[in-house]
Design a protein around this ligand. Structure first.
Ligand SMILES: Nc1ncnc2c1ncn2[C@@H]1O[C@H](COP(=O)(O)OP(=O)(O)OP(=O)(O)O)[C@@H](O)[C@H]1O
Ligand SMILES: [Mg+2]
Length: 246
C-alpha cells in the first residue's frame, strides 16, 4: 500500500482538484483507493457527493485504524472509497500536540489499511503545523501543486527549507505546475526558474481551465463531464506519471 499526500501550505493552488481527479484515475487503473479528506472545509468529500458523519469524531481520529474504518464511505466509482472530512478535524494540530509519538501516529494508523487498499490519498488543508508534519512522515510521496507565480514559488522554497531543516527527505516531493496560463510571461518565467531548481518538477502540468472550476457544479471528477477536455487529459497523464514514481 502506498500513501500519496496532496499538499501545499498555500491555499487555493489545486490540491483538492488534484486529489479528486487522481483518486478517480487511480481507481480506474484498478488500484483499491481510499481518499481521506483531512481538510475541515470538506471540499473533496463534496466533490464526491459524500456527507460527513454526523458524529463529531475528530478527537478519535488518531486513536486506531479501526476508528477510521467506521467512517469509510463508498463513492459512486468502483475501487474508490472516501473518508469525508468533519469540522472537528480543525483541531488536529492541537490534538496532535498533546499526543505522544505524534510524528509517527498517522503513519501507523494508515498502515492498518494495508490489507484493504493499494493506495491512500490524503487531501491536506493549507497549513504547516503538526498535522502537516505527520503527513510528511506518513506519505511515501507528497504531490505539491505549484502555480507558476512569485508567491507560489516563494512558498515552494519555504517548503524545501523546512524539509532541509527538519531532515525530511526531499525525494518524497513531487512538485508539479498547476493552473498554468502559458500566455502569461510570469508563468513562463517562473516555470523556467523552478524547472532548473534543486527538485525536479513532474513533466505533466495542469492548465488553467474553467472545466476544473465546473467540478463544483457537477460534483464529479472531470472525466465524468469533460472527457475530451485538456484538463481531464492532463490529470490522466499526471496520474500515469505519479504512478510510475510511487
Ligand atoms: N486547473 C485549474 N484551472 C482553473 N481553476 C482551478 C484549477 N484547479 C483548481 N481550480 C479552482 O481554484 C479553486 C481552488 O482549487 P482547489 O480547491 O482545488 O485548491 P486547494 O489547494 O485544494 O484549496 P484549499 O487550500 O482551500 O484547500 C477552486 O475554485 C477550483 O475550482
Ligand atoms: Mg483543498
Amino acid at each position: 500500500m502506498k500513501i500519496l499526500a496532496v499538499y501545499s501550505m498555500k491555499g487555493g493552488v489545486g490540491k483538492t482538484a488534484s486529489a479528486v481527479n487522481l483518486a478517480y484515475w487511480a481507481a480506474r487503473s484498478g488500484r483499491r483507493t481510499l481518499l481521506i479528506d483531512l481538510d475541515p472545509q470538506g471540499a473533496s468529500s463534496f466533490y464526491f457527493r459524500i456527507k460527513p458523519s454526523r458524529k463529531s469524531w475528530g478527537k478519535r481520529f488518531f486513536k486506531a485504524y479501526e476508528e477510521l474504518l467506521q467512517h469509510i464511505k463508498a463513492s459512486d466509482y468502483e475501487h474508490l472509497d472516501v473518508i469525508p472530512a468533519h469540522l472537528s478535524f480543525r483541531h488536529f494540530d492541537v490534538l496532535l500536540n498533546s499526543l505522544e509519538k505524534r510524528r509517527s501516529r498517522l503513519k501507523k494508523i494508515l498502515r492498518g489499511m494495508k490489507g484493504e487498499y493499494d493506495l491512500v490519498i490524503l487531501d491536506c488543508p493549507p497549513s504547516i503545523g503538526k498535522l502537516s508534519e505527520s503527513v510528511f512522515n506518513a506519505a511515501d510521496r507528497l504531490l505539491v501543486p505549484v502555480i507558476p507565480t512569485t508567491l507560489s514559488e516563494r512558498t515552494f522554497h519555504q517548503l524545501l527549507d523546512f524539509f532541509e531543516a527538519e531532515d525530511y527527505s526531499r525525494k518524497k516531493l513531487l512538485p508539479f505546475f498547476s493552473m498554468v496560463q502559458q500566455q502569461k510571461s510570469m508563468h513562463r518565467n517562473t516555470q523556467s526558474n523552478l524547472t532548473n531548481g534543486k527538485v525536479r518538477f513532474l513533466e505533466t502540468s495542469i492548465p488553467f481551465s474553467a472545466d476544473v472550476e465546473n467540478m463544483g457544479e457537477h460534483r464529479a471528477p472531470l472525466d465524468q463531464f469533460a472527457r475530451s477536455k485538456p484538463a481531464n487529459q492532463a490529470y490522466r497523464q499526471l496520474w500515469q506519471e505519479v504512478e510510475s514514481r510511487l
